[in-house]
Design a protein around this ligand. Structure first.
Ligand code: HEC
Length: 164
């Protein structure tokens, strides 16, 4: 009987994970909560890395997009969240020279809060990996080390793409 109870509860654990897993908000990365809803943010720029064959969209929350559109982005205002979403390159089936997003790699974010994140250059740094959005926990210095070349541009590489 005990065995059956266990089996039944295992069944519910597994099925409820499958059924509701996609709606569960992923855990925090570097102590920063998941910015739920980022999939609907507006685009600030796009980029393509030829060294590792990935395509990226740089997007932002409302504060970030307003700053980008009005050119008031150095420094970026408090409350800005910048996101970068990365896919492996693929080619369009019907037009081989068109590079398109293939396998999803990760989504990562910079959160501007000069009080909270004073020790990491006024930005919180967080990443969620894979379609399962597993929190990255290897430390913000992984991010800041690589962003050092742009420390005089508020630690941000991206120039907002020009728009009419
Ligand atoms: C290997 C170097 C490298 C590492 C490590 C790195 N970045 Fe970046 N990041 C870049 C470059 C280069 C860009 C410019 C745009 C691009 O990559 O397409 C960028 C862009 C970004 C952007 C868009 C805003 C901007 O600066 O242009 C965000 C957000 C971002 N990175 C977050 C992070 C976070 C969070 C981490 C750590 C989890 C991280 N990055 C680690 C190199 C790096």
């Amino acid at each position: 009987m005990k065995y059956i109870v266990r089996l039944v509860s295992l069944f519910f654990t597994v099925t409820s994970f499958n059924a509701f897993g996609a709606d569960t908000v992923p855990g925090s990365s570097h102590g920063i909560a998941y910015p739920a809803g980022w999939q609907n943010w507006s685009t600030i720029a796009v980029s393509h890395r030829t060294d590792n064959n990935t395509i990226r969209v740089i997007l932002g929350n409302e504060v970030a997009v307003n700053a980008a559109r009005s050119g008031k982005n150095n420094p970026w205002p408090e409350g800005t969240i910048l996101g970068k979403v990365v896919w492996k390159d693929t080619e369009l089936k019907d037009w081989k020279t068109a590079i398109a997003p293939g396998q999803f790699v990760h989504a990562e974010f910079m959160f501007k809060d000069s009080k909270k994140y004073a020790s990491t250059y006024n930005w919180g740094w967080a990443r969620w990996v894979g379609l399962e959005q597993a929190p990255f926990e290897k430390g913000a210095q992984v991010c800041t080390t690589c962003h050092t070349p742009v420390k005089d541009r508020d630690w941000v590489f991206t120039d907002p793409a020009s728009l009419p």
